[in-house]
Design a protein. Structure first.
Lengths: 559, 358
């Protein structure tokens, strides 16, 4: 199999340089034999080296997340060499002249030292910050790919759950990270975190005092976040990412529908050499791009913000992008608070912070099980859905993205107001309504689009594609002949499984006796199932396709 | 066998229905230029080697820049002030790393065999035989352990394992002080503002004289005794004590009966810490008497006892009762009458000012 490219090998230069068809090895080399006798390298290698991975650009999104995590580990180690996670107050006497004589924490001083005095320090700090931003962005995009293609379905539900945990922990890892420099912006973020924790009913102050070691800000939080950021969270992330990868290997990668692709195979290129070069090369591309970003795009300029001062804040204070949607929810929430007896129930913070995030991640986590319940489908799936073939899911996903995006816009309501010269109040009032109405509109439009695309697929299979040629008949009529599509394409357009809505199980059998079927479908489930799959455009049957090929009205095939 | 227990991946029973067009098999391999044209292949080969060959040059440049370029050098280019050392290190290092990736991918796309191959999947689930075997070995283990006859062993072990979590969690009890009512009164419900404490400008620490503040002016202020504290105590207190001191024309603002003695000729003092999540509020709209928090845009009307007029905050800003001392300086009459800062569950919010209170 591992033969050099046939025709090219006959070329002048390659002929003299390429090993012959059998490969270079006659027997296992000595070091490999040494390892084989100890860990069975031969068996491992034989099973793993030619493992097949399918090719698709969207499968790279998860790889970007994985590689940016590795970059974060590498650059993070560099930063820990100089960073001092201490809130002890010192007077700055370093090389950044504008801050000489200012009182600040050791954490902020060491951040300035890394930025200005350690050679390469500024570069690595910026790579690390861009890496975190890319890590979250890639995970989010990867999750959307998995959602819209139905890759979360059996047998991959557990990997979806691991992914949801990774996404939420990544957010906390980022938050604890950008809090460490103890500059004015990160301190403002901590102030917000404190206020948000406090708002939790019954236990808010307890968590606050436990997290901060007493009253805000205290002198513990940087050291504690440091522990979480460099030890606790990376260890958990690393473990979960390993499990995530192991399950990908065990299940083998899912793949898009196409000729030769079945539920029983995986079609693509072997790990050795193609994917080693492609995936390994892609790591260097992600790393290289992050280094170039760190070199040319300044980020988190803490020396402009200055040390944290609880009595100061700057306009336009915002968290990193992945916290933006929560920030937006907190901003556009009306000021609701209940005062019952001597207690305060701070709905204005608790709902958009803890409850919203809890609901969001719970909704993500339970979706694979809800969908299986709606379709009644218990088969394993390895062929991915084209998003149009699951219109309600796709519409729900777009509705969710719309909700997230509007919340995210809310996180910049002040920037929108100042940049577009509109009223801040109007932006906020608009978003208060739009976060509820927008997703509904997005759902309806997306579902209609998906169904139209399904109709177009059906037309395409039955009547071919438009030829772009207008033919005038002797009688004066105009028509456009259609060209049949390839068999490969026709297969790809018709191979998907459709789910007729579940039927309600009658509660009584024909003798009027109450049934007790454990798999019975309730009325509610039947209605939801009809809502979920009932609008699908039925794909053409074999008979319809056969009939369409003999259709009398069908213009003759053009050649 | 029901579908959910199926161990086979093939679902052939409805293949005609599922696949109106039979699976045509993997498409024919389309040859690339490099497959059919030896010159193209040779070009690709030289490109890959050339790309990899640039990496050592960039790595050497990186090392030279690291030692040769002054670490604080800056240069103005394209209207931007570049930190030369950082930028050059990143450009050489980044390109070096990037080119390794570009070369490897170019190699795999142009020169490696690109015939797609298929590999069979194995069902994630075990076969019925394996499941039966699993049940057998578990039963064997249970018999060997003898726990079916001596059930208390499992129960007592489970209880023992469960209960050791309790000491483990208890060791964390010193993670922070407990916010008991007494502790809260000494921490989040208390500041160093007290009768006679002078109001000082927070930038130059000079005491504020009523006569120095003009109508429409806002001064950020702190208690004079804040700087008696140091380290953690100073930071904790500074998170609660900041004031905004504003002077408004008393005839254009609402001053309720209960607060008619809290101001000095239209000079009012409010907590600067937002009642939403605790940002220091700082944007003053002089004409409307509104104060806007830049974090979440809660807006308070300082001409109406600090009530919320917009945004997510729910409670009015606490007002600090002011008076003047014998030398004409602004001083506090007492501490704040309600806790400052964001809400918390145990907070008794019945004493806060509500719009319309007298």
């Amino acid at each position: 199999m591992a033969k050099p490219t046939g025709i090219a090998a006959e070329g002048e230069v390659l002929q003299t340089r390429t090993p012959d068809q059998g490969g270079a090895l006659k027997t296992m080399p000595a070091p490999a034999t040494w390892l084989d006798e100890r860990i069975g390298l031969g068996k491992l290698g034989k099973a793993a080296l030619r493992k097949v991975f399918p090719d698709h650009w969207s499968f790279l999104l998860g790889e970007i997340a994985l590689y940016s995590f590795i970059v974060l580990l590498l650059t993070g180690i560099f930063l820990t060499i100089w960073f001092r996670p201490s809130m002890a107050e010192i007077e700055y006497q370093g090389s950044y002249e504008l801050m000489r004589g200012l009182h600040m924490s050791q954490a902020f001083e060491s951040t300035l030292q890394i930025s200005f005095d350690v050679r390469g320090g500024m570069l690595v700090r910026q790579i690390h910050h861009w890496g975190a931003i890319l890590f979250m962005a890639a995970m989010t995009a990867h999750m959307l790919r998995v959602f819209f293609t139905g890759a979360f379905r059996k047998p991959r539900e557990l990997n979806w759950l691991i992914g949801v945990v990774l996404l939420s922990l990544g957010m906390i890892a980022g938050m604890t990270g950008y809090s460490l420099p103890d500059d004015l912006l990160s301190g403002t973020g901590l102030r917000f975190t404190d206020g948000a924790i406090r708002s939790i009913p019954l236990v808010g102050t307890w968590i606050e005092f436990f997290v901060f070691g007493g009253e805000y800000p205290g002198d513990m939080i940087i050291a504690r976040f440091y522990m979480a950021h460099i030890l606790l969270l990376p260890a958990i992330l690393l473990g979960l990412i390993s499990a995530h990868m192991a399950l990908v290997v065990y299940h083998k990668h899912s793949l898009f529908p196409g000729p030769g692709r079945t539920e029983n195979n995986v079609v693509g290129y072997p790990l050795f050499p193609v994917y080693m070069a492609k995936a390994g090369g892609f790591f260097f591309i992600v790393f290289g791009v992050l280094i170039l970003m760190g070199a040319t795009m300044s980020i988190n300029q803490v020396w402009l913000y200055g040390p944290y001062n609880p009595a100061q804040v700057t306009a336009g204070s915002q968290p990193d992008w992945y916290m933006g949607w929560v920030e937006g929810a907190v901003r556009i929430m009306p000021g609701w608070e209940s005062h019952w007896g001597g207690t305060t129930w701070s709905w204005n913070v608790f709902l958009p912070f803890a409850v919203l995030m809890g609901l969001f991640y719970t909704a993500l986590a339970v979706w694979p099980f809800i969908e299986a319940w709606l379709t009644g489908d218990k088969r394993p799936h390895h062929i991915l859905d084209r998003p149009r073939n699951a219109p309600t899911r796709t519409a729900l996903g777009v509705a969710g993205m719309t909700f997230y995006g509007l919340m995210w816009a809310g996180g910049g309501n002040d920037i929108i107001a100042t940049q577009f010269n509109v009223s801040l109040n109007a932006v906020t009032y608009f978003l208060r309504v739009a976060v509820f109405v927008g997703p509904v509109i997005a759902f309806i439009i997306t579902k209609r689009l998906c169904l139209s695309l399904q109709r177009a697929d059906r037309e395409r299979v039955l009547h071919g594609s438009e030829s772009g040629i207008i033919v005038r008949s002797p009688a004066g009529g105009y028509s456009e002949p259609h060209v049949p599509i390839s068999n490969d394409e026709a297969f790809a357009l018709t191979q998907h499984r459709q789910y007729p809505p579940l039927e309600e199980t009658p509660s009584h059998d024909e003798h009027g006796v109450k049934t007790s079927d454990p798999n019975k479908v309730s009325g509610l489930r039947a209605r939801l199932s009809a809502w979920y799959t009932g609008d699908d455009i039925v794909k053409p049957t074999r008979d319809e396709i056969a009939a369409s090929h003999h259709h009398e009205d069908e213009p003759k095939q053009l050649h | 066998m029901t579908p959910e227990h199926s161990t086979s991946l093939a679902t052939t029973e409805d293949d005609a229905l599922l696949h109106p067009i039979p699976n045509p098999g993997i498409e024919h391999h389309a040859e690339r230029y490099t497959d059919v044209d030896a010159k193209a292949a040779d070009r690709a080969y030289k490109q890959v080697v050339g790309i990899f060959g640039l990496v050592p040059l960039l790595a050497i440049a990186f090392v030279v820049i690291y030692f040769a370029v002054p670490r604080h050098a800056t240069a103005n280019l394209l209207g931007v002030n570049w930190h030369v050392h950082t930028t050059l290190l990143g450009l050489t290092g980044g390109l070096a790393v990037l080119l390794i990736g570009v070369g490897a991918i170019h190699w795999s796309r142009q020169l490696m065999n690109d015939t797609e191959i298929a590999e069979d999947r194995h069902a994630a689930a075990s076969t019925d035989e394996e499941r039966a075997g699993f049940v057998d070995v578990v039963n064997q283990g249970i018999r060997d352990a003898g726990v079916s006859r001596r059930k208390m062993i499992v129960a007592s072990l489970g209880g023992a394992l469960g209960i050791v979590a309790v000491p483990a969690i208890v060791t964390l009890a010193d993670i922070g002080p407990y916010p008991t009512a007494a502790n809260r009164r000494e921490t989040i419900e208390k500041t160093v503002w007290a009768d006679g404490v002078r109001v000082v400008n927070d930038a130059n620490r000079l005491p504020l004289k009523a006569s120095d503040i003009e109508i429409g002016q806002l001064v950020n202020a702190e208690p004079e005794n804040l700087w008696d504290l140091h380290g953690k105590d100073y930071m904790n207190m500074k998170s609660k004590t900041p004031l905004v001191v504003v002077r408004m024309d008393p005839n254009t603002i609402k001053i309720p009966e209960s607060r008619k003695d809290w101001h000095v000729g239209g000079i009012l003092a409010y907590s600067k810490i937002c009642t939403h999540v605790g940002c220091p509020i700082s944007l003053w709209e002089q004409q409307t008497h509104h104060l806007l928090c830049p974090c979440h845009q809660s807006t308070f009307d300082l001409g109406n006892s600090g009530v919320v007029v917009f945004g997510p905050a729910a409670r009015a800003l606490p007002q600090l009762p002011l008076k003047v001392d014998a030398e004409g300086y602004l001083v506090a009459q007492s501490d704040f009458t309600v806790p400052v800062g964001p809400s918390y569950f145990e907070r008794d919010s019945r004493n806060d000012y509500k719009d319309g209170d007298e």
